[in-house]
Design a protein around this ligand. Structure first.
Ligand SMILES: C[S@@+](CC[C@H](N)C(=O)[O-])C[C@H]1O[C@@H](n2cnc3c(N)ncnc32)[C@H](O)[C@@H]1O
Length: 270
């Protein structure tokens, strides 16, 4: 009896290992959906569910997409609740009539939407960004530096300064989350900004956060401060002054210092 229970547990353990082993498949399928712009394609058809052939016919730079391959990826994405599937005919095996639609999850994959995580998904799943995740054991064995440095031989900011493609991808990823988070901050902390005269966003990337602040509080003299290679790619933003530099040396003066990474710090100067 005991042995039977043990072997069942062991089998369950093995199943869990297989799940962990291939859990990266979820991120890769998500990345594929963003690269192929599947959510955008469905959205451009009015958001109503469409067939695989309709999706395939709108995929950029692919005169003859592999529909069975696409079907397999969609099956995984449907399973993960990223898209819906409908079988309008009673014969659910007829893949030609099967319709795929958007969910509240896939709406975050729309390119160009104000609330989109598409640039972040592309950045975080790029081989450059994934490489450090392969270095956990090296970090434990050797210690010393970050996983990014183990993978790329220099820190992420230095790497970005030497690699314009990574720099743009990283900054775009940051900008899309900044847009989402700033709106939540501005809504939740409505009264906090009224009394601010000047503000500097330290490590503000290409200025998305600063732009949102100035849009809703035009009276604030706003500076976006980041490393020179980031500021060099920042767009002109009405009411925002971009300054390049190193925060460990000096930051532009303002009565409020704003810092956001994954969490946000608002420090009022006395
Ligand atoms: C994780 S990103 C956050 C970007 C932005 N605040 C946001 O939340 O979307 C950190 C930012 O800090 C900047 N940074 C890193 N070291 C810096 C330094 N020494 N001086 C100024 N900015 C720096 C990076 O270039 C990057 O834009």
């Amino acid at each position: 009896m005991e042995t039977e229970k043990n072997s069942e547990e062991l089998l369950r353990g093995q199943a869990e290992i297989w799940q962990h082993m291939f859990s990266f498949a979820n991120s890769m399928a998500l990345k594929c959906a963003v690269e192929l712009r599947i959510a955008d394609i469905i959205h451009s058809h009015g958001g109503a569910p469409i067939t695989l052939s309709q999706i395939a016919s709108c995929i950029d730079d692919s005169p003859s997409p592999d529909i069975p391959y696409l079907a397999r990826i969609m099956r995984l994405l449907v399973r993960k609740n990223i898209f819906t599937v409908h079988h309008p005919l009673s014969d659910s095996s007829s893949s030609e009539s099967t319709l795929y639609g958007l969910t509240h999850v896939s709406r975050w994959l729309l390119h160009g939407s104000d609330l989109s995580l598409a640039p972040m998904i592309l950045m975080e799943n790029h081989p450059w960004a994934v490489a450090p995740w392969h270095c956990f054991s090296t970090c434990v064995k050797e210690g010393g530096t970050s996983a990014f440095e183990k993978a790329h031989g220099r820190d992420v900011w230095d790497f970005a300064s030497q690699n314009p493609e990574f720099n743009n991808m990283f900054n775009d990823g940051m900008a899309c989350t900044a847009r989402i988070i700033t709106r939540a901050i501005l809504t939740g902390y409505k009264d906090g900004f009224g009394c601010i005269g000047s503000l500097v966003d330290v490590g503000g990337g290409t200025g998305t956060m600063a732009a949102e602040i100035v849009k809703s509080h035009p009276h604030i003299k706003t500076t976006n401060f980041d490393l020179p290679h980031v500021i060099a790619t920042a767009p002109l933003i009405d009411g925002v002054c971009h300054v390049g530099g190193d925060m460990f040396k000096e930051i532009p003066s303002a009565d409020t210092v704003f810092m956001k990474v994954t969490l946000c710090l608002l420090i009022r100067n006395p």
